[in-house]
Design a protein around this ligand. Sequence first.
Ligand SMILES: Nc1ncnc2c1ncn2[C@@H]1O[C@H](COP(=O)(O)OP(=O)(O)OP(=O)(O)O)[C@@H](O)[C@H]1O
Ligand SMILES: [Mg+2]
Length: 640
Amino acid sequence: MTVEQTSSAQTLNFQAEVKQLLHLMIHSLYSNREIFLRELVSNASDACDKLRFEALENGGLFEDDAELKIRVSFDKAARTLTVADNGIGMNRDEVVTNLGTIAKSGTKEFFGRLTGDQKKDAHLIGQFGVGFYSAFIVADKVTVRTRRAGLAAAEGVKWECAMTGDTAGEYSVEAIDKASRGTEITLHLREDQDDLLATWKLRSIIQKYSDHILQPVVMKKESWDEEKKAQVLTDEDETVNKANALWARAKSEISEEEYAEFYKHVGHDYEAPLAWTHSKAEGRHEYTQLLYVPGHAPFDMWDRQARHGVKLYVRRVFIMDDAEKLMPLYLRFVRGVVDSNDLPLNVSREILQESKDIDLLRAGCTKKVLGMLEDLAENQKDKFATFWKEFGKVLKEGVGEDHSNKEKIAGLLRFASTQADTAEETVSLADYIGRMKDGQDKIYYVTADSFNAARNSPHLEIFRKKGIEVLLLSDRVDEWVVGNLSEFDGKPLASVAKGGLDLGKLEDEAEKAAVEKESGELKDLLDKMKGSLGDKVKEVRVTHRLTDSPACLVADEHDMGMNLARLMKAAGQTMPMSKPILEINPAHPVVLRLKYEDKQFDEWAAVLFDQALLAEGGTLDDPASFVKRINQLMLAMNAG
Ligand SMILES: Nc1ncnc2c1ncn2[C@@H]1O[C@H](COP(=O)(O)OP(=O)(O)OP(=O)(O)O)[C@@H](O)[C@H]1O
Ligand SMILES: [Mg+2]
């Protein structure tokens, strides 16, 4: 990566993604330029939190300067703006990694989704976040001077990058002496940015975006100079933000905007949250929780190692980011803060792993989040629909993961169904039960690997004919849901593709009698087909679940459903494949014809089996033979 190296200064290339991001950002975020300050202050605050945490084990890191703060200053003559903190700082390697690459998870997905359409990309970049690099929206040159806490003054590092127009390809790093620990970021402003060189302007931006930052953000005070007839900077500091823990304040004193801005900081998000819950738990364990549901899924939602989650504080001191311990996995999209009054300050990761207190915290937070979601579902249906679209698949995991809240989670689930017959997931189990037919005692569903396969499944024919609603499940995780949810509100869930068709009271006696009669009449045919198909099927029997199709496959009552079996196989799990049952439609012309077929009986039987497998979403073992047989039969029919 090295391009040029002098005694201590080194010029390095940015990672390709950084170049792309810089270019994109300057163009798409320009109209929202003020956010650069929020980003830099937010980073400075994170750096202070990190120092405080590391100092729990090594008090020496404070170097006699334990008052963490963030300073914003400017120099009108030099046209520079500086954000400085006395937080953790960075060593040389950290500078190169953090300010030369994009290390965050979801980066690949982000770049993969860019379209080149400025509007769309601007929206995406808003979701991805640009952090430090946003400095270049207002600056054409940025200088960072930093020293990691605990290192010698001589181990300071200077990082610098100047842009030409809207592009930058390289930056320099150099060893410097830096007496105070922490990071100082100086922006050399672009030509048209002079309005930022004013106390009132900076103050108003800080108050707008960074009021909730825990550390004080200080600026030099201004006072009126009679001689100069102007405001001049004094040596006195003043704190510009509220600098107290937002979550510790009374709910009634916090505005919606404050909640939203705080979310953007803790959630590392650019967009407003969808909903939040803020409460204090009292009693045996005292803690405050402020938990948010984001407005959109993060790029790394499927990365179970994702870093930003719920932050743990103990009596206002940041302890750690640890989504997994404070939130169950199926709520991993939740962001926010939990502040405990009881845990010891020097709580370590190891202690947390074992701590019963953390289990209680997690149970309490989980209840709150589920309660908030129930409230959305009940009272803010649009928001709930957004939530479902973004996070429904993750929440579904909870049915199997969290037994104590299973019924609650199941109540929040939404499905597609034959009622609307669209892929949109809007039907709750309670809606379904409310629409059940007289005499219906089960919740019927079908699973398949796509919505269309589910919707057109032959197993639905009788249900459609009788007007019985069936849930159409086509997410992978749906198999997990139905595998873990055997009933809801006392009503069992039943797959329409498993076991004998049992419509209970929905079936009339005449139909049952007809099936029995036909089974008797067709006994020879059924035996002959079983003989012809041999090991491929467990049984061949008559059904009246079909109205249009000649045949379908079902799994035996206690066998694994065929869709699930395929998913497991695709995931590399080997297991004994249970054989399906072939059911035939006694009224279908093909079946009727088969009664009199002799010469090509085996071909017909094989084709019926294969097409039933295809219709059900399966794949053929030997597609070429299937095609050959079809052609043969077509030719034979032509000839006959
Ligand atoms: N003032 C600072 N002190 C110490 N480290 C810093 C500072 N500013 C940035 N960094 C380091 O640089 C990294 C990149 O910062 P950047 O703001 O781009 O991303 P981030 O804060 O991790 O995520 P986000 O996109 O949510 O801001 C940080 O993760 C941090 O390690
Ligand atoms: Mg940041």
